[in-house]
Write a protein that binds this ligand. Structure first.
Ligand code: HEC
Ligand code: HEC
Length: 326
């Protein structure tokens, strides 16, 4: 009985608030994502995406002769159009795409919202595709995304909240679309053009931030030349015994943290630009606390995926060795 009470009471209050709002014509309605009838707290492929496609798309895009040669009941084909931007272009009726569903009214805001969240939050990396790292291949999830998040996808610049010039650099689909990445063609890609612009006023990241270094620029160029895939790899041979500052620790910091933890420092942000700064943060326990996402520490890298277990173990080893500058 007590149970029922605690559940009903807030419901009654909510209903009352909802009613009183309806009765107040002066109450300005704030635009925003619909919250009442559009639940986007847990968007998954099977429970959220499939039902929308079933109702609106499978009639044409499945079966033996799917429209446009596109079978949306096939995950790989759906992932393909989700990643290359045409799914979003089609359902949002963006210029340059055939508006979908073909000849029918646009999907509801809630359906579009749901699909957009799914596209944004899904890496589409087939576990089959993630394999042993090949030294000649540049991997988006391992090497490109962390660099772009830390150098560009920060608050005030190209995170989803700020989206300067409409450019968002914190996930694959947004990077491809909003930085106009053309697979195989670095010079035709806005992303590459911006990081290599010789005019400091146009160059990204803008002064007083340091430009990306030659190795980082070459890495992005190579990734685009190799097809700008959303790929990732696993280093199954993880050496956690012979860990050095220059060999393992600093390269990770450079690739994943420095974009945020460096610079002219007007905001007093923690600096991680050299051995002594990193060693002193390590000594305070904050370095491990942050990368292990321990309680009481801000989880790092901010806005990005947690470092993989191999790297975390290497940091632990380096710290237990006494943070040598080797
Ligand atoms: C009435 C049939 C029909 C329905 C329903 C339909 N489509 Fe299509 N779709 C087509 C046809 C035909 C094409 C090929 C159009 C073209 O090539 O110009 C197409 C092409 C596409 C493309 C490629 C567009 C481009 O410009 O590259 C995408 C993506 C797509 N559909 C997604 C969807 C989605 C998502 C839905 C459901 C929300 C949907 N379609 C519903 C008929 C349909
Ligand atoms: C997108 C920007 C961004 C990235 C990337 C990032 N940080 Fe941070 N980090 C911040 C901000 C903002 C703070 C809070 C201000 C501060 O303490 O400097 C912070 C705080 C920290 C703290 C203090 C945490 C605490 O609770 O005491 C540590 C340690 C840290 N970062 C380490 C790292 C490491 C290591 C990486 C890379 C693996 C990293 N950060 C990547 C923005 C970032």
């Amino acid at each position: 009985m007590k149970h029922l009470h605690t559940l009903c009471f807030p419901a009654v209050i909510l209903a009352f608030i909802a009613l009183s709002c309806q009765h107040d014509p002066d109450e300005s309605v704030k635009p925003g994502p619909p919250t009442d009838d559009c639940d986007t707290t847990l968007v998954t492929y099977t429970s959220s995406v499939v039902p929308i496609l079933q109702d609106n798309c499978y009639s044409c895009h499945s079966g033996t002769v799917p429209s446009g040669g596109l079978d949306l009941s096939n995950f790989e084909q759906l992932a393909f159009v989700a990643q290359n931007g045409s799914l979003s272009g089609a359902i949002n009726h963006k210029p340059g795409f055939t508006p979908m569903p073909d000849g029918l009214p646009k999907l509801s805001d809630c359906d579009i919202n749901t699909l957009t969240i799914w596209i944004r939050d899904t890496t589409f990396t087939d576990p089959e595709i993630g394999h042993e790292c090949d030294p000649d291949t540049v991997y988006f999830q391992n090497e490109i995304l962390p660099l772009l998040i830390s150098s560009c996808g920060v608050t005030g610049c190209h995170d989803p909240g700020t989206a300067q010039d409409g450019v968002i650099l914190t996930d694959y689909a947004s990077i491809m679309q909003t930085a106009d990445v053309r697979p195989g063609n670095p010079d035709g890609s806005d992303l590459y053009e911006k990081i290599t612009d010789s005019d400091p006023d146009d160059r990204m990241p803008p002064p007083p931030n340091q430009p990306l270094n030659a190795e980082q620029i070459a890495r992005i160029e190579r990734w685009i030349l190799q097809g700008a895939q959303n790929n990732h790899c696993e280093n199954t041979s993880c050496d956690t015994l012979n860990v050095t500052f220059s060999g393992q620790i600093f390269p990770v910091i450079q690739n994943t943290c420095l974009g945020c933890h460096s610079g002219p420092n007007p905001t007093g942000i923690l600096l991680l630009t050299n051995h002594s700064q990193i060693a002193s943060v390590a000594a305070s326990g904050r370095l491990l606390g942050a990368i292990k996402h321990q309680n009481g520490y801000q989880p790092m890298p901010q806005n990005g995926a947690q470092l993989n277990q191999c790297i975390i173990t290497q940091f632990e080893k380096w710290i237990s060795d006494g943070t040598p500058n080797n």
